[in-house]
Every structure is written in structure tokens, then in C-alpha cells.
Design a binder for this molecule. Sequence first.
Ligand SMILES: [Zn+2]
Length: 390
Amino acid sequence: MRPKDSPRPKPAPPASLRRRTGIVKDPRYAEHCMGPGEPECPERLDVLYPLLDEPELADAVTIITPRPAKNAELETVHAARYIRRLEATAGGTPTYLDEDTRTAPGSHDAALLAAGGLCRAIKAVHTGQVDNAFAWVRPPGHHAERAASGGFCLYNNIAIGTRFAQNRLKLARILVVDFDLHHGNGTQHCFEDDPSVLFFSTHRAFTYPHTGRVKEIGKGPGRGFTINTPLLSGAGDGDFLALFERLLRPVAMAFKPDLVLVSAGFDIHTQDPLGGMRVTPDGFAAMTRILMEVADACCQGRLVLALEGGYDLDALRASVREVLREMTGRRRTDIRPMLAAADQKRVDYICWRVSEAHRKYWPCLNGQPVPTVRARLKGMLARWAAYFKS
Ligand SMILES: [Zn+2]
């Protein structure tokens, strides 16, 4: 019997809110292995697979088998000479492409399956085979530039998926949200002059890859369609949610995307060894809730996540589990308590800086509270301190 003063268990959401979620899964992703002790390792997917056997989730997911990305799909994002360079590593001896990124004999095939797997997931959502999808792929992609690898990334999966959705599925406007700890430099550079792709990124300032400043707002006709919200270390659930609620949601609703794609990085989890942020599994679920609401309002719920970072295996599994429960309608997170716990002064400062840079392009951002001179000075000093510490 439940004691009178214990909290009442939360009722499960009604069955009518349940959704079918596609999961991209393939053992060949394990063939990409950069060597012992590397944080971006095959075990990152191994720890996720048992989630698919949990009774609550087993009935809710559909496995999507990936296909290799085609050369023409790669060339929508990458230079031909770069593709040839990566192809040449297939089956060969391990090669360092840059200081962080190393290939194994099976890396190139895994990279093709990562990009192609995301394309399959997008197509499955577009055709209605599933309601939304999460591509559990490796290697990650958002640091890959047109002609350069970087930060564990070979091909830029999310950028290739974006062009696939536009070229093959004729979806005009794509919202790309990137909540990885690290700025998605490759994704930004791919789309910075393109107003058909809105790129919104939260990331840690003054760390790899040292891009993603507020004033990077896009170029030419793409001005206003790159929105960077760099955060200092220590940001938690409430801070990320506040940025999603006060900046991402209004801009996304004005942009009206035909598809929402997400570079889902779990290295902002409080336990992550590369991190410095304080997001919890409930925080990831709440961010997913906002993304689902935007997708529901704009594009019949078409939402596809692609795995990027996340290097503490327990934290990664726990976080992905809650994201998956949210996507499948097994939980429905009330974001209000977490929003209320945000560091309001810190959030006001970054929202004000971003709205100053973007209000010309997004009138919906007018009306953000203007921090006092003292708060602005404090915010500036904190940024300088973080810069010199980095
Ligand atoms: Zn990362």
C-alpha cells in the first residue's frame, strides 16, 4: 500500500499519443574502430542495443537497415577529391585523417552506412512507415567539412541527409538543430549561404572546433539562417530548455520547416568526460518534447535524430533511453519545472545577445528582456574568463 505522503506515480500518457519510431541499427558500424582508449568507440552503440529489448520500447520501434550512401549523395556536400581520399582508406592500414580522426579497414564502409542510414530513416518518416526516427550511427558527422575530416567525423551525415530530403523527397525547408557539446562547424559551413536550411546550434564556447560565435549568422542570402547560441560550462537542463523555448521555438515556427533534423550529441550530459555541461536524461527528454512539438506544428511530426557525440557509456544509454521514451510517447515531459530552474540571468544574457544579432531577420525575437548594464558587464567578464581559461 502506498503511504499517504509519497508522490503519486505519474500516469502513462494515453495510448493515442503513442508513436512508432524507426531506429537505424547495423553491426557493421562496429567495424569503425579508431583504436584502444578512443572515446568514439563501437561500445557506444553496443550499450544502446539492449534498450530495444525493453518491454516498454520493444513494441514501439521499427528497425531500419541502412544502405551505403551513393556517390552522388556524398557529392551534394563533399568535394570529389575528399571522397576519393576516404575511399582509398577502405580495407587499408589504419590512417590518421587529422589529429582526432583515424580510420580502420572498415571505417569507410561504416561512414557510407552512417550517411545512407540517416537517408533511409528520413525516407521512412517521409513515407509514413514510422512517425519519427533516430539513426544510431557511427562515425558521427557534424564536424566533417566539404573537403576535410575533423573531430571523429568522416562524412557529414546530417548535411547529406538534409540534401537528400531536399533533392530526392522534395522537402523545401529543413530545420537542423544541433545540441552536441561541440559546434557543428561542418554543417554550418555547408548551409551558411542557403536560406532553405535553418541551422540552430547550442554548444560550449571556447572549445573545439572554436567556431559558432553569436555573430556567425550566415552569409549572403543565408544571413539570419544560422543561429549560434554558445554557452559557458555548467549549463544544465533549464538553460538548454530556455534557449529552445525562447529562441528556437519562435524562430522555427516562423520558418515553418518541412522536416526537423537533429544532430543529437550527448556529450552535454553531466557525466560526460569531454563535457562540462550538466544536462540530465530528463533534460534530453524535455528538449526532445520541444522538438516534437515544433515538428507536430509545422510538418506532421517529421523528426529525425542522428547520433553525434556522447562518450560516457552509462550516461549515453540513460539519455538515449529517455529520448526514445519521449519519441515513442511512453513519456510526456512537462518542461515547466525544468524551465523554472534555469539560471535566469545567464539565460537572459545569451538570449539578448542572440536576439540582438538576429532581430532584423526574425521579428519574433523582439521583446527579449534587456539585461542591466551590470548583468551585461558580468556576462562579458565571464566570457573573457572562460576564453583565457580555454
Ligand atoms: Zn561533441
